[in-house]
Ligand binder design. Structure first.
Ligand SMILES: C[S@@+](CC[C@H](N)C(=O)[O-])C[C@H]1O[C@@H](n2cnc3c(N)ncnc32)[C@H](O)[C@@H]1O
Length: 271
């Protein structure tokens, strides 16, 4: 997709878009000049950004494998699932259990149209265009209800997305609403941008990254560790708790692609 081609109807290419910036950083092609410019600004702030997004995908892979393997989870609700990439959540899950069902939810029209084309084939995967900040709409969406049985355990995945939800939108209430609709034995997985002290981040990389997103389709709201842990109220955090994503049950012998400390992440189980 380039600016030489007209953008699909309803697609805003006047400002950088969080889904398409992320796609560019992952080496994807579903992005426009404005997104690539923003991604380059991020890379100027921290050349590690491409490694960090790859580490985020690896974290998702380990989480999905864990909850499928150890938790017996066969249905996934991936909120803010993003543009289709090399290995998507349904492929990760179906490697463990071919009968796994996955619904991707994303607010973005490009994600939705590409997801429809690339992901939602067969009767085990669906792509829903919705705003995760409206849990009632997501949880009652016919495509969600057609694929997921919410009376049974489900894994709700919120990878690198809750930091695009502002405090004014009350993200804790939003996650609590999903939690209250999840059956016992369900899992919540989160990766999230974290604040850092001046000592931890002497070059203020977090501030630099946040300011690049100021002009984007959604702003970045990094949170302190305690603020990320709070999303797991009502869940039992499984070991090792909320940690740097690279420290969450790392695969032996697989080094991080980016810096060891980037996003925070954790997984909770509803008792
Ligand atoms: C950085 S990408 C993360 C993609 C994927 N979850 C991952 O971690 O690899 C964030 C995604 O969240 C989506 N998003 C942002 N705000 C959202 C909202 N309120 N509701 C649904 N999706 C949202 C964006 O469109 C984008 O696709």
């Amino acid at each position: 997709m380039t600016t030489q081609n007209p953008p699909p109807n309803g697609i805003d290419i006047s400002r950088p878009n969080v889904a398409r910036i992320y796609d560019y950083l992952l080496g994807g092609k579903d992005n426009f000049t404005v997104d690539r410019e923003a991604a380059k600004q991020l890379l100027a702030v921290t050349p590690d950004m491409a490694g960090i997004v790859r580490d985020n995908r690896s974290f998702i892979g380990r989480v999905v494998r864990h909850v499928a393997d150890e938790g017996g989870i066969r249905q996934f609700l991936d909120l803010g699932g993003g543009l289709p990439t090399q290995t998507n959540v349904h492929q990760m899950a179906q490697r463990v259990a071919p009968d796994s069902r996955v619904v991707y939810v994303d607010i973005d029209p490009v994600v939705w149209s590409h997801g429809q084309a690339l992901l939602a084939h067969g009767d085990q995967v669906a792509m829903v265009r919705a705003d995760l900040r409206d849990p009632a709409t997501v949880l009652r969406h016919p495509d969600v209800l057609a694929l997921l049985d919410l009376t049974r355990p489900v894994a709700v995945v919120c990878a690198s997305v809750l930091h695009f939800v502002a405090d004014e939108d009350d993200p804790y209430r939003i996650i609590a609403e999903y939690r209250d609709h999840m059956a016992p034995g369900s899992y919540l997985a989160i990766s999230h941008g974290a604040t850092a002290t001046a000592e931890e981040d002497p070059d203020d990389v977090v501030g630099g990254v946040t300011s690049v997103y100021r002009q984007a389709s959604a702003q970045l709201h990094v949170r302190p560790l305690a603020g990320i842990q709070r999303f797991f109220d009502g869940f039992d955090l499984i070991d090792p708790g909320v940690v740097w994503i690279n420290e969450w049950r790392p695969d032996p012998g697989v080094p991080p692609a980016g810096q060891p400390r980037s996003l925070r992440g954790g997984v909770g189980r509803k008792a």
